[in-house]
Design a protein around this ligand. Sequence first.
Ligand code: CTP
Ligand code: CA
Length: 227
Amino acid sequence: LARGVTAPDLAGRHVVVSAGGTREPLDPVRFLGNRSSGKQGYALARTAAARGARVTLIEANTGLPDPAGVDIVRVGTAVQLREAVLKATADADAVVMAAAVADFRPADYAQGKIKKKDGQEPAPIALVRNPDILQEIGTERARPGQVIVGFAAETDDVLANGRAKLRRKGCDLLVVNEVGERKTFGAEENEAVILAADGGETPVPYGPKDALADAVWDLVVPALGSV
Ligand code: CTP
Ligand code: CA
């Protein structure tokens, strides 16, 4: 292949990528959310399409322009994301959960806007757990040989936390980012270590999100069964 031409090593494969961050509504005008930009997930979708895959991109609240040649499913909340991921995963060869999923959602949704009242302190917001989508698809595979990839941003003992998370979620690969200076949300570049369930550890140097995305697919491809 000529330089700059991508090998079609995902041809004939269906890959599912989730991107962005879920928003959990409190009332018609407010939500609990997070700072995920969706850029890493979009880079994964774009690079998979360039490598010949059929791509389902499930996006939550990114506001990013649609990448060409990718099927897009739009969701808002974690519960909606779960529905969309389970549906798309049924016939997927690989699933990458790059979306930031809110761990909790408000226990109650107010049909009308929550108003403040003179002389009254606000009521506390009760939260309930959201489903763990990655753990569900990682521990109960929809198909044998399906490759499941998660993402994790960690502080402190980054690699040990990542190893424990990879085991808990039952995934094949976990892309671990260290959160800190320069590694801000919304950045164009990223640095990571990709942990594999078989003990493998692949450092990916600080660079464009497309390069990290290609490093993920480079590890997914040999893990896929034959077409
Ligand atoms: N994830 C998921 N469903 C959730 C939470 C997380 O599918 N309810 C996925 C994310 O998309 C990501 C991976 O799990 O690929 C790790 O997310 P992270 O927030 O690091 O994991 P948690 O289990 O929520 O752990 P923590 O308490 O550190 O937030
Ligand atoms: Ca979490």
